[in-house]
Design a protein. Structure first.
Lengths: 386, 291
């Protein structure tokens, strides 16, 4: 009760101040409110946890450097977990109660898709950290996103396969949304990129062994390469079973396996696996001429100095989202929602952690296949393939 | 072709042995209380996670395993003491719901005490697989199968040859009568939770190099172990083992010969059929209603 009272009083302060002073002075002191809802706890916490830490780190940093447009940033955060229902509740609260100027976040595709209607109706700029392409394709006026899509990942993988002369692919995927979307892209892109899918296998949630599926892939006619669509513990299980069966074909994973946990959990079986990843993963191996080197190294240093834990590429999505938002607000010269939205859309050559963003009226992601680098697991660590 | 069949069979036996190990834990508790302990999967998780974190902290693996199992047994005791015993006298359904609460609590606790990532233990005897007639099986699978065989023998001996084991069976057949002949049925329930936690933790450690371990690993393993126990017949540890192997092999053969998309469906169809035609499981004892 008291907190509610205090909140109301707080909200009244600007009004009271405005009565006494000029409205302009009171307005200048008001912070820019950045709303966010992330999966900080629950099964998707591996996304939300580094994302929130990144946002807090950089909001503090920007504020200690004097803020934006002479105003401080204020991060309004709710933990929506991996639940569409709580995402809706919290976004409503962000819009109606907290009256935020911009919303960034939504750790997963599910929570993002759940709130798109609300955001569009409220006409508030929204930058999501959700993975799937469906968030910005088809295009929504107020919705943007920063993570690479699985479509870009599959494109990158197929290009690499073609470079090595491999065209006959076996796909294995899990039951999750990410897995299915990746598999679908693998199928549709196969046609346009001249690849043939000769085996298509799947496994269930929590499966502990996939050797029957891999045996079928191994014995498929003409097979040259295997693509695994999925993430988490399954990445390591697939790699272990691949090794157990003594398979010799090229072994590709999606970017879902791009974490140190995958290598460690595979107990040596990850050697030779190729996958597309954000440049952040191999920041120190990038050429000095690579424009992304400075940005990724700086982010890595700042994050590790503050939290003393290894960076994850997911935190990078949050960094890019926040920076794109802040830059747009700076260019717009105000927090006017329509102006900020237009400026986000005009983001051009922004060197982020995920890649170099150039958005347009038809592209609300602004990344292409080049934003990925191909890496291979060698001697228990990532090796950048040039 | 036969090499392929053998490969599917190996997979089925590996997976089946994992289900069976988890399933046995269900049977032990059911045996003494008619309660289905849905926190059984969490005992598996605690065994695996505790071992991973202890050995990461520098504890030598054998000692880490012993400590992890000990921790699980203590948690098993605490679960019975703090969650089940205070609800003494409530219906079995209430007790089952309590175990679901316990499982959610333990999962949450694990995310705080350990972390939210997945981990693997190194395979006990190296990662080089054994080749048999063109098919391969990991040495870790043999550890799991060996663990299952030992668990089978020890439990068989315990329930049929020792006084405590017989007292446990007596408690499950008729609690009141067991009390009348002087069996401390409260102690029996405590003991059954500790044995189940022990089995769970040991299986969690044995399977961690294959299935990996994470805070939520117990959810699906618990469910599949429960299926194993149901198919075999609740309350009979040997039946749980048969049930686990049956489900595992059926899954592997479906994935191999039919389609991996139907794999889980087949497992559940087997369970439905068994429950429909043989409600007390393939090897379960007949329920006799006393009037």
């Amino acid at each position: 009760m008291t907190t509610l009272f205090a909140k109301n009083i707080k909200r009244l302060i600007p009004v009271i101040a405005a009565l006494g002073m000029t409205a302009g002075v009171a307005g200048a002191a008001e912070p820019i409110k950045i709303g966010t809802f992330l999966a900080v706890t629950g099964p998707a916490s591996f996304l939300g946890d580094p994302e929130l830490k990144t946002l807090q780190l950089y909001v503090d940093k920007i504020n200690s450097d004097g803020g934006v447009l002479g105003r401080k940033l204020e991060l309004v955060h709710y933990d929506a977990q991996h639940k569409a229902k709580s995402a809706i509740t919290f976004v409503k609260r962000l819009i109606n109660q907290d009256k935020v100027d911009i919303i960034i976040g939504g750790s997963t595709t599910g929570t993002t898709m759940a709130v798109i209607k609300l955001v569009e109706r409220a006409e508030i700029p929204f930058i999501s950290f959700g993975g799937a392409g469906v968030i910005t394709d088809p295009l929504k006026k107020w919705v943007f996103k920063t993570p690479h899509t699985d479509k870009l990942a599959v494109q990158k993988i197929y290009s690499d396969m073609k470079k090595r002369g491999l065209t006959k692919v076996g796909v294995i995927s899990g039951a999750g949304g990410f897995d299915k979307s990746c598999r679908k892209n693998a199928q549709t892109l196969a046609g346009t990129m001249g690849m043939t899918i000769v085996a298509d296998e799947s496994y269930g949630k929590g499966d502990t062994d996939v050797t029957p599926q891999l045996t079928k892939i191994k014995n498929a006619k003409g097979i040259q390469a295997m693509l695994f669509c999925g993430f988490g513990a399954s990445s390591s299980i697939v790699a272990k079973n691949f090794k157990q069966l003594g398979m010799k074909i090229a072994h590709y994973h999606s970017h879902g396996s791009a974490s140190a946990k995958f290598i460690k959990g595979s107990d040596g079986a990850a050697e030779g696996v190729r996958l597309p990843a954000a440049a952040l993963l191999v920041a120190e191996q990038l050429d000095d001429s690579n424009p992304q080197k400075a940005a990724t190294m700086a982010y890595r240093k700042a994050y590790m100095a503050k939290y003393n834990e290894p960076i994850s590429t997911f935190g990078g999505h949050a960094y890019d989202g926040l920076m794109i938002a802040v830059n747009a607000i700076k260019r717009a010269g105000s927090t006017d929602k329509a102006k900020v939205r237009d400026e986000i859309e005009k983001t051009s050559n922004f060197i982020g952690v995920d890649g170099i963003f150039t958005m347009s009226a038809t592209d609300h992601l602004g990344l292409d296949e080049k934003s990925f680098v191909m890496v291979e697991v060698k001697n228990g660590t990532w090796k950048l393939l040039k | 072709m036969s090499a392929q069949f053998l490969q599917f069979l190996f997979s089925g036996i590996t997976v089946g042995a994992i289900y069976a190990l988890v399933g046995v834990g269900f049977s032990v508790i059911y045996n003494s209380s008619n309660v289905i302990n849905f926190a059984q999967g969490e005992f598996v998780m605690i065994g695996g996670m505790a071992t991973v974190f202890l050995s990461a902290a520098g504890v030598p693996l054998p000692l880490a395993i012993i400590l992890a199992v000990l921790a699980a047994v203590i948690i098993g005791y605490l679960v019975e003491k703090l969650a089940i015993e205070p609800a003494k006298g409530s219906s079995v359904v209430n007790l089952i719901i309590i175990t679901i609460g316990v499982s959610i609590f333990l999962r949450g606790l694990a995310q705080v005490v350990f972390d939210r990532n997945f981990h693997s233990l190194k395979a006990f005897s190296g990662t080089e697989p054994i080749q048999i007639a063109g098919a391969s099986i990991t040495t870790q699978s043999l550890w799991v199968i060996g663990g299952l065989v030992i668990a089978t023998l020890v439990l068989g001996w315990f329930f049929n040859r020792t006084l405590t084991g017989k007292a446990m069976l007596a408690t499950s057949y008729n609690k009141d009568a067991a009390k009348l002949v002087g069996i401390n049925t409260g102690r029996i329930l405590q003991l059954s939770f500790m044995i189940a936690a022990f089995l769970g933790a040991v299986s969690g450690i044995l399977i961690a190099p294959i299935a990996l371990t994470y805070a939520n690993v117990g959810v699906m393993l618990g469910l599949k172990g429960f299926c194993a126990a149901m198919v075999g017949g609740l309350g009979n540890p040997m039946a749980a083992i048969a049930g686990g192997l049956l489900v595992g092999v059926a899954e592997a053969l479906t994935a191999g010969y039919l389609s991996s998309a139907y794999k889980d469906a087949v497992a559940f169809i087997i369970i439905l059929l068994v429950l429909f035609f043989m409600p007390s499981g393939l090897f379960g004892r007949k329920e006799v209603d006393k009037v």
